[in-house]
Design a protein around this ligand. Structure first.
Ligand code: ATP
Ligand code: MG
Length: 382
């Protein structure tokens, strides 16, 4: 079976690696160069996008910022999962918020901003501090501003209005102001839904972000009530979109109540631990769902963690000497802060996971790998 993936980054690469044992072949469409490439070697093919769409068995996407005409072309084939509308939910925060409002799934209170007066309304109604996010084109904390009591609002507005002005009639830009949520932690839920509506959901993951970028994920036992809220949000949102494939939902945990931060209509960085922490990774389950195959198990083999490698060209080889630790590289050229790869670990118990994190913290410095030592200490104490 041949699957076309829109996007040629690490998520397409890991889909390709998961697809091989299933006899599923992945070809990537690099939206930047508008060329078809092999997701592992990045070797360019001379096939046209139209030919690839015609010849493949299914189409999917590894990110949301895809030109509308490409989405339309893929949708017309009848083979595109999770489909154009779901990709728009992930690529436009105003569409995402509308879906959350419609399904009644709690999210951060917000105000849509398309002119200066809306900003005043947001400050008045939501109060400071505010998190301001572009509705289109944001990722890894980019396209965001924070407004606090002492912020220079006119300076921030001038940057916001530049973004609004860069929109066009066919692709208008908007901005969303959100109340700054005083959360205790961030969690995410990832699951797959097949064409018949069956769902397979992974254990809820705890995520730590540093400067807006995911640095550490931990999958371990979680309060039943948190699990129930996450699964409830997942089934409401996936059913409403008639979703097929893997869907990720990020939440803020505020005193035990989950509030959606973001919906990602794709495999997600906070689900990378499933490569070793389960017998059927998020990449494999995504391919199974869109290929019409039965979904695989989402049960964790044991408490697991994922550490992002940001901006580092390599890791000390000692990391791999810790039992049940694996590294996953994306084959990218190094840039400061860039997601270069990740480290997965799985353990027999939460204490053992803590001990492994502590062992790794001897080789992974706090500045580059924030939280590894702290979480290691907390978990190993039991
Ligand atoms: P990505 O798509 O890579 O996950 P993004 O650029 O789309 O990131 P968000 O997920 O919206 O951005 O925000 C990044 C991080 O900023 C969040 O994980 C959270 O730590 C913080 N953040 C975002 N919105 C709020 C909010 N309303 N209140 C408090 N913190 C927030
Ligand atoms: Mg996010």
């Amino acid at each position: 079976m041949n699957i076309l993936v829109l996007g040629a980054g690490q998520l397409a690469r890991m889909m390709s690696l998961a697809g091989a044992p299933l006899n599923i072949n992945i070809i990537s469409y690099d939206v930047g160069s508008e060329k078809l490439v092999h997701p592992l070697t990045l070797q360019v093919s001379d096939q046209s996008l139209a030919a690839a769409i015609a010849e493949c068995d299914a189409i999917t996407a590894e990110f949301e910022h895809i030109p509308d005409d490409v989405l339309t072309l893929c949708a017309a084939s009848g083979k595109f999962y999770p489909g154009k509308q779901a990709i728009k939910v992930g690529g436009d925060r105003s569409i995402e918020k509308a879906l959350l409002d419609k399904t009644g799934v709690p999210c951060a209170p917000y105000q849509l901003i398309t002119d200066r007066s809306h900003l005043d309304v947001a400050i008045e109604n939501l109060g400071l501090p505010l998190v301001i996010k572009t509705c289109q084109a944001g990722y890894d904390g980019k396209g965001q501003w924070r407004i606090r009591a002492d912020s220079n609002i006119e300076q921030i507005w001038s940057e916001m209005s530049d973004f609004l002005a860069a929109g066009s009639k066919n692709a208008p830009h908007a901005i969303i102001a959100e109340k700054m949520i005083p959360f205790q932690r961030e969690v995410s839920v990832i699951g797959a839904r097949d064409k018949q509506g069956n769902m397979a959901i992974y254990p809820v993951t705890e995520n730590e972000h540093t400067n807006g970028v995911l640095t550490l994920s931990i999958a371990k036992s979680i309060a039943t009530d948190i699990h129930r809220q996450a699964v409830d949000a997942f089934s409401k949102l996936a059913s409403e979109m008639d979703y097929v494939g893997v869907l990720a939902i990020e939440f803020f945990d505020v005193d035990g109540r989950l509030m959606v931060n973001e919906i990602a209509p794709r495999v997600h960085n906070s689900g990378h631990w499933t490569q070793q922490g389960t017998l059927c990774s998020q990449f494999e389950n995504h391919l199974r769902a869109i290929a019409g195959l039965p979904l695989g198990t989402t049960e964790a083999i044991g408490p697991s963690a994922m550490i992002n490698v940001l901006g580092q060209p390599d890791i000390p080889t000692e990391v791999l000497s810790v039992a049940n630790v694996t590294s996953h590289w994306y084959g990218k050229t190094q840039r400061p802060g860039r997601k270069m790869g990740h480290i997965n670990l799985v353990a027999e118990s939460e204490e053992a996971l803590g001990e492994k994190l502590l062992a790794l913290s001897a080789f992974l410095l706090e500045d580059d790998y924030p939280g590894v030592a702290r979480r290691g200490r907390d978990l190993s104490r039991g």
